[in-house]
Design a protein around this ligand. Structure first.
Ligand code: G
Ligand code: G
Ligand code: NA
Ligand code: MN
Length: 253
């Protein structure tokens, strides 16, 4: 059976699952939100991560059905996970982001699910923005006007578009984990410089910042010393299904 047919079957049999990873305030570890991350509980191969099937889903166009399925799963979990003030981050692939009715469908589903628009954050990548900047500005403009937050994912790995960030209605920059990994080590100088530059850019544009891939206290302390306010990573919690430990415990106030 080819991967495409397997993914179609997996949708029918509900083998895709939403895992959630906390996003925290670095100062006190308090959870401010969760990112929903897709997993495939494959009957033969075990739990697969997005890298193992999303590229094929994108190539075949199945990504749209898979994303909507994920958003429904994430929205079902939202009341228990978020309470009144936490934020739910969801991901979208470039091809899907540029599909005709994405923003309206997202707003409809959000309303249907009873998720507050200002508790929803959509993570987009620089390649989604730069593949068609005018279209992207219109899509993000609609979501922004409706109150949805927009985060730029993996910041620093793409065109790192200091020139582009101000063009879109962004709320948050997520600094890619490749810049966080060296922090606290001997060779941290260049990463420190880049992270500092992103933080000062964010301050001057009034954007929030989340450091991705925070794995140890040395990295957290280096980030705090530079004035970074928020982080995500194994130090604070691994992606986990709702109700199986990490996410739920971390979700308690
Ligand atoms: O969970 P993991 O770190 O392996 O995720 C890797 C990548 O998969 C991330 O870039 C993330 O943005 C993407 N991803 C995770 N869940 C989804 C999803 O539901 N839809 C889409 N389109 N991408 C996702
Ligand atoms: O593209 P995106 O940044 O959304 O991908 C997030 C991916 O990073 C997920 O697949 C998640 O499993 C992974 N991840 C989350 N926290 C950490 C971490 O602390 N270290 C590493 N190496 N990966 C992480
Ligand atoms: Na993401
Ligand atoms: Mn990311």
């Amino acid at each position: 059976l080819d991967l495409e047919q397997q993914m179609r079957d997996a949708l029918e049999k509900s083998e895709f699952e939403a895992y959630f990873q906390p996003i925290v305030r670095l100062a006190d570890g308090g959870v401010t939100g969760y990112e929903a991350l897709i997993r495939w509980r494959h009957p033969q191969l075990g739990v697969l991560g997005p890298g193992q099937f999303l590229p094929a889903a994108e190539a075949t166009g199945l990504i749209e059905m898979i994303d909507w399925h994920m958003y429904r799963l994430a929205f079902q979990a939202a009341p228990a996970l978020l309470g009144r003030d936490k934020i739910l981050n969801i991901n979208i692939s470039t091809g899907h982001f540029h599909s005709r009715d994405f923003p309206q469908r997202l707003l409809n589903l959000t309303a249907q699910a009873g998720v507050a628009l200002d508790q929803l954050c959509i993570e987009v990548t620089e390649s989604s923005l730069l593949s068609d900047p005018d279209a992207a500005a219109e899509i993000l403009g609609r979501l922004h006007e409706a109150g949805v937050r927009i985060a730029l994912d993996d910041f620093g790995t793409g065109y790192s578009s200091l020139s582009h960030v101000h063009r879109f209605p962004l709320r948050t920059l997520k600094i890619d984990r490749s810049f966080i990994a060296p922090l606290g080590q001997a060779a941290q100088q260049r990463s420190m410089a880049i992270v500092s530059a992103v933080l000062s850019l964010a301050r001057s544009l009034d954007l929030n910042v989340v450091a991705e891939g925070v794995e140890n206290t040395a990295q957290r302390d280096a980030l705090l010393s530079m004035g970074c306010t928020h982080g995500q990573g194994f130090l604070f919690g691994r992606p986990a299904p709702l109700g199986t430990g990490a996410s739920l415990r971390a979700g308690e106030p």
